[in-house]
Write a protein that binds this ligand. Structure first.
Ligand code: UDP
Length: 319
């Protein structure tokens, strides 16, 4: 991007777009932490976060979440709808970490009984303090019904992202959202990236986010690259179900036992019962047909006994 930005923040620059109701957002390589006290750059972060954030926003839009995102225009830049940012950071947490661990003494890594939504007042001079509903009402930054909407959206987005990330071997520990007002209501804005989420490898709990920069853990670029690889470069993920049934000609002692038990209880309405099994798989593939073929082969080779059983495969996109 060339020319003067309308606004330059810590990680992004905002430029005018062709249309007056849109902006171009340029993602920078600059990184800051602790309210700007720690500064640095992360090589290629701008490009990686632009692509990762686009993938998240597209996923959320498909799931019916209203967002500011329109499309990526080049490696570092995306086109978005112009919004008036609500000065609240909506943080959703699944696992204790960061400021929550410090505030309540909960060890990092402790899974929370239910997700927690918190609001922070976006004010650099005050250090973005944690605030509650009464503070928000007194500040006049959102009405009670808007606040209820932000909380519900936060929890909905958490459900969508948690499932999506887990399918890609990542735990969503916590994340920060920002929302903005448009003529068309409140929409999700800003970015969702390793700068604004804590993401841990699901197997090893290795940190793959900005905590590597905040805490000088090393391997910062590699962590952002890994998230990009798993979310943007990897093949799509599908959910397949294999329903295995005994062939009609094969006797089913299990089904007969259930039938007899029902009949002995005086339930005379049941005429036949046959027991099968349902196997659910989450796997990556090029497309539905590719996955259908792969799973059918697996069913032939391993899941069903071709002498006694038949099977049916169904495949759908998984988050
Ligand atoms: N977060 C953010 N911007 C902020 C503060 C927090 O994106 O200004 C994100 C952060 O990356 C983490 C979550 O919000 O995923 C919760 O952060 P926390 O309150 O634990 O604060 P931190 O330890 O990051 O200072």
């Amino acid at each position: 991007m060339t020319g003067e930005p309308l606004y330059e923040g810590k990680a992004k620059k905002i430029f005018p777009a062709d249309r007056a109701d849109e902006y171009l957002v340029y993602f920078k390589d600059d990184a800051t932490a602790f309210n700007g006290a720690k500064k640095g750059t992360i090589e290629s972060k701008g490009q990686l976060n632009n692509a990762i954030s686009a993938a998240f926003f597209e996923l959320l839009a498909q799931a019916g979440v209203k967002t500011h995102f329109i499309r990526q225009v080049d490696a570092n830049t995306s086109l978005v709808k112009k919004v008036a940012i609500i000065p609240l950071e909506v943080v959703v947490r699944n696992i204790a970490a960061g400021s929550l661990s410090q505030r309540l003494g909960w060890p990092e890594g402790q899974t929370l009984a239910t997700p927690i939504v918190e609001f922070y007042y976006k004010d650099d001079a005050l250090g973005d303090p944690l605030i509650n509903n009464a503070h928000i009402a007194a500040l006049g930054v959102a009405t009670p019904s808007e606040l209820a909407h932000l909380e519900a959206e936060g929890l909905k987005i958490n459900r969508i992202l948690t499932a999506y990330l887990l399918a890609r071997g990542l735990k969503l520990v916590d994340f920060k959202l920002e929302f903005g007002r448009t003529g068309d209501g409140i929409v999700l804005a800003d970015e969702i990236s390793p700068d604004t989420c804590r993401l841990w490898d699901a197997q090893t709990n290795e940190k793959l986010d900005k905590d590597r920069f905040r805490r000088d853990l090393g391997g910062v670029e590699a962590a952002y690259q890994e998230i990009y690889r798993r979310l943007v470069l990897a093949k799509p993920i599908y959910k397949a179900k294999v329903a295995v049934r005994l062939k009609e000609s094969v006797l089913d002692p299990q089904g007969e036992a259930i039938l007899r038990a029902l009949q002995s209880q005086g339930e005379s309405g049941y005429k036949a019962i046959r027991v099968g099994k349902l196997i659910e798989l989450v796997l990556e593939g090029d497309d539905l047909t590719d996955v259908q073929k792969k799973v059918a082969k697996l069913a032939d080779d391993l899941l069903a006994n071709p002498i006694m059983e038949t099977y049916a495969v169904t495949v759908e996109s998984f988050s």
